[in-house]
Structures are given as structure tokens and as C-alpha cells.
Design a binder for this molecule. Sequence first.
Ligand SMILES: *[C@@H]1O[C@H](CO)[C@@H](O)[C@H](O)[C@H]1NC(C)=O
Ligand SMILES: *[C@@H]1O[C@H](CO)[C@@H](O)[C@H](O)[C@H]1NC(C)=O
Ligand SMILES: *[C@@H]1O[C@H](CO)[C@@H](O)[C@H](O)[C@H]1NC(C)=O
Ligand SMILES: *[C@@H]1O[C@H](CO)[C@@H](O)[C@H](O)[C@H]1NC(C)=O
Ligand SMILES: *[C@H]1O[C@@H](CO)[C@H](O)[C@@H](O)[C@@H]1NC(C)=O
Length: 275
Amino acid sequence: MNMFGYNNLYYLIFIIIILFYPCFDQPLHTCTSRLCDDLDISNPLDIANFYSTLAGNFEGVVQYNKDNRKFEGAKLNVTIDDLCSIMVNERLGDPLARYGFVISLLLDTYSQKCTDFKYDSMINDLKKTNWNSSAAEGGRQWTYQTCTEFAYFQSSDLPSQPFGHHFPLNFSVQQCMDIFGQKFNEEFIQIAVNRTNINYGGYAMKASKTVFPNGSIDPWHALSFTETVSPDAPAIYIDGTAHCANMYPAADTDPPQLTQARQTIQKLIGQWLSE
Ligand SMILES: *[C@@H]1O[C@H](CO)[C@@H](O)[C@H](O)[C@H]1NC(C)=O
Ligand SMILES: *[C@@H]1O[C@H](CO)[C@@H](O)[C@H](O)[C@H]1NC(C)=O
Ligand SMILES: *[C@@H]1O[C@H](CO)[C@@H](O)[C@H](O)[C@H]1NC(C)=O
Ligand SMILES: *[C@@H]1O[C@H](CO)[C@@H](O)[C@H](O)[C@H]1NC(C)=O
Ligand SMILES: *[C@H]1O[C@@H](CO)[C@H](O)[C@@H](O)[C@@H]1NC(C)=O
């Protein structure tokens, strides 16, 4: 089955027209790759950011799969099923070409003309402290927390994954230093993470009247409690949902286990408030 339920051939023609329509007034190669700039292979930080940005297309879709964030203006309506139906569709060309279709789909979804992979432009954006800058929506704050509390970096160090190995841990460390200052180096971050674990207890955390909900397809669940350790701090591991699914408004399309999780959380909070 394909994304729109049409016959595959019509679907292919439709996709080609949609994707290449903006190309008709420019050289085809600049359009099919849809890069904002030419890639300078002698610039390792651009290369790292290029690979990291491309992988980010998948990371974002997985993290936010089928969530109910529309109410807050979220534009992402592409799902894991959509990406998989493109990646297994041999009519779209070899796997690299299919990856290209995924990238185009995501650019269109976010109303972006091209992939901006320039390291310096990313750093300059994340340095902006004005409340009206795009980094103020959370990108800068989250990055600061990774550099000073968590180090939850999305790196390419895992050996068995398909996105290449060009954005290792030190690429994230480099960003901390370039955005916030040279003192935010690897040693600083390690000390900061140790401090966080001492403050909160890490996996030996002594929490009470706390619920730990997580979704099974949200990669972030790996950092949480997915099994109840203490009866006064239950874990709720929701089968088949993505990041923070239980925190968004309910919808008729929600799977029953998500509805159930919300009810359990509500009951627990009610119980704790009445104690
Ligand atoms: C997803 O959003 C894009 C851009 O906002 C829109 O053009 C497209 O029709 C939407 N697709 C679906 C399946 O809702
Ligand atoms: C954002 O705020 C700054 C400082 O208040 C102002 O100079 C700038 O023009 C604003 N930019 C936009 C895009 O509104
Ligand atoms: C990260 O480490 C790799 C391998 O040791 C090295 O080639 C690269 O230059 C380093 N990158 C940064 C940004 O320090
Ligand atoms: C951080 O904690 C780990 C584990 O307890 C320890 O091995 C490491 O030496 C600590 N590192 C720093 C920089 O304090
Ligand atoms: C569960 O995992 C933790 C650790 O990664 C995240 O911080 C939480 O946001 C997540 N919780 C939900 C509701 O998705």
C-alpha cells in the first residue's frame, strides 16, 4: 500500500510532479539534491552537519509519529509508515534515491526550499538570544541543557545504524563549545552530567508520587523507567506510541493502550491529591 492509497504508477507520477515542479527553472542537479549550498567536502563540520541533518528527517518522524500536536501548530503530518512506504518502493529508484524522496517530502512538509546543512549558519542561529528568534522556540534551551545537564546527544556512534558515522559524539561537544563558549568542553559536560546524576539519583532515584509514562517507539524511552521499580513511582510503558503521546489532547484515533494510560495517570494523580 502507498501513502495516499492510489495505484502505485499514479502515485509515482504525482510524486515526481510535486517534487520536481520547483526545478523547472534551475539546473536539475541542484534541485534533485535540494541543498541550499554546494557541499564543500574539505569542511568536516559541514559534512558532519549534512549527515546529521539528513538523519534528523528520520529522527523527527519517529519521535513525533502520529502524535496529536496539531493544536499547537505542529506541521509534521508524515508518519513512520509514510517513510517506510517510500524506502521500500523500488519504483522510486535505488535506496539512495528513495532517501532523496524522503528528504524532499520533509522539506515540503516544513515549507522549506532546501536543506541548510551549513554548520556556521546552525551555530549562528543557536547563538541568538532574542525571544523572537527561531532558536528561542526551544532549540537553544534544549541544546544548553544537553551541554550542562544531560548530554543527551544524537550521535552516529552506534555501529549498527544506516545513517553513516560522520557525526560522532565530539561533533555535539564541538557545538556546545561554539554556541556557548570554549569552557563547555567534553570534561565540563562529563562533570555536569555526573552532578545531575548525583542531584537526582540517576537510576537509583528515590521518587514517590511520580508516574513515568513512555512510549515504546519513542527512542527516548531508553533513558527512562519502563518497568516499575517502586510502587509509589509506577512506570507506564505504552505499546506503539511516540514521544509524550499521553501529554497531548486525546483523539478518536488514539490506540486503546494510550487512552488507558491517560486514565491510569489521572486516577493516580487524583488519588495522590486526595491523600
Ligand atoms: C501534510 O502537510 C502538508 C504541508 O502542510 C500538506 O501539503 C499535505 O497535504 C498534508 N498531507 C496530509 C496527508 O495530510
Ligand atoms: C527581534 O527583536 C529584535 C530586538 O528586539 C529586533 O531588533 C529584531 O528586528 C526582531 N526581529 C524580528 C524578525 O522580528
Ligand atoms: C572527532 O573525532 C574524529 C575521530 O577521532 C576526528 O576525526 C574529528 O576531527 C573530531 N571532530 C571534532 C569536531 O573534534
Ligand atoms: C563521572 O562519573 C563516573 C561514574 O561514576 C566516573 O567514572 C567518572 O570518573 C566521573 N567523571 C568526572 C569527570 O567526574
Ligand atoms: C520518557 O522518557 C524520558 C527520558 O528520555 C523523557 O524525558 C520523557 O519525555 C518521556 N516521557 C514521555 C511521556 O514520553
